[in-house]
Write a protein that binds this ligand. Structure first.
Ligand SMILES: [Zn+2]
Length: 184
């Protein structure tokens, strides 16, 4: 693996499922940026997330994108205070139910074991289960879309005053600050 994963993907979202939705960047702009351009990119992202798979098929990639967009639409609906579409919820639940990954504590760290038969499905199941946890969890009222220019990425606002506006201070927060300085 020669490409540096951090040059290709934004890995800074604290919530795994939302980090996954960030593999499509600039969602709020007219030209969203697809970073899962092929199956090798998905394998790379999964590996960086601790979900190592040997191989990803084109069908695995399209399943992943379908799951990713369902998570994004559900999260955005919750952020807007509206009801998620039942079709998206069905997609999410089906992927969550199909996974057979097992969590283990090894050498002090959490690791996922995927099956040999369906590793990609298992990996997507881990992402879907994380999405279920956050989209249906006690902090779901803190799910927001980033206000950074063209971003609209999902994040969980865990700040005490619930007044965070950007998916990441290092990227979107800084961009806004810089443009304010330039405008001022
Ligand atoms: Zn952002």
């Amino acid at each position: 693996m020669t490409e540096d994963v951090r040059r290709v993907f934004r890995m800074d979202n604290e919530v795994l499922a939302f980090r996954f939705t960030a593999t499509l960047g600039d969602r709020g702009s007219r030209t969203p940026r697809e970073r899962l351009t092929d199956a090798a990119r998905l394998k790379m992202w999964l590996g960086a997330t601790g979900l190592d798979v040997m191989d990803v098929s084109p069908a695995g990639l399209s399943d992943a994108v379908e799951l990713r967009e369902a998570i994004y639409r559900i999260g955005s609906a919750i952020a807007a205070g509206t009801r998620p579409k039942p079709k998206d919820v069905r997609t999410l639940n089906a992927v969550a139910a199909a996974g057979h990954a097992k969590a283990a504590l090894e050498r002090g760290g959490a690791v996922w074991h995927l099956t040999e038969a369906t590793p990609v499905r298992d990996a997507l199941g881990v992402l879907a289960a994380d999405a279920v946890r956050v989209l249906g969890g006690p902090d779901r009222g803190r799910i927001k879309n980033c206000e950074g220019p063209g971003c609209a990425g999902l994040f969980l606002d865990t700040s005490r005053g619930a007044n965070r506006r950007w998916c990441s201070m290092n990227t979107c927060g800084n961009k806004v600050k810089k443009s304010r300085i330039a405008a001022g």
